[in-house]
Design a protein. Structure first.
Length: 79
């Protein structure tokens, strides 16, 4: 088996970190989050939840897998 293409295990952060959605994230589609002044690819931490996180909504960044952030909704909106 070629390990070059196997997905990395997610690295879970000790505490969730706040980011803001720039491009919609859905249960079946990757979006984009602004975090610490840069933009990151992001997907739902629990993709079985059929939801949509719209641009301008805050998210909790739970983990990182490769160069993709794994996020959950916080229920807060940008003011």
């Amino acid at each position: 088996m070629n390990h070059l293409f196997s997905p990395k295990s997610p690295r879970i952060f000790p505490e969730p970190i706040q980011g803001i959605t720039d491009r919609s994230i859905t249960y079946d589609q990757t979006g984009r989050v602004k975090f610490q002044g840069t933009y990151w690819s992001a997907r739902l931490y629990q993709p079985s939840q059929q939801m949509i996180i719209s641009p301008g909504e805050y998210v909790s960044i739970i983990a990182i897998q490769g160069i993709t952030l794994l996020v959950a909704p916080t229920g807060l909106e940008q003011i």
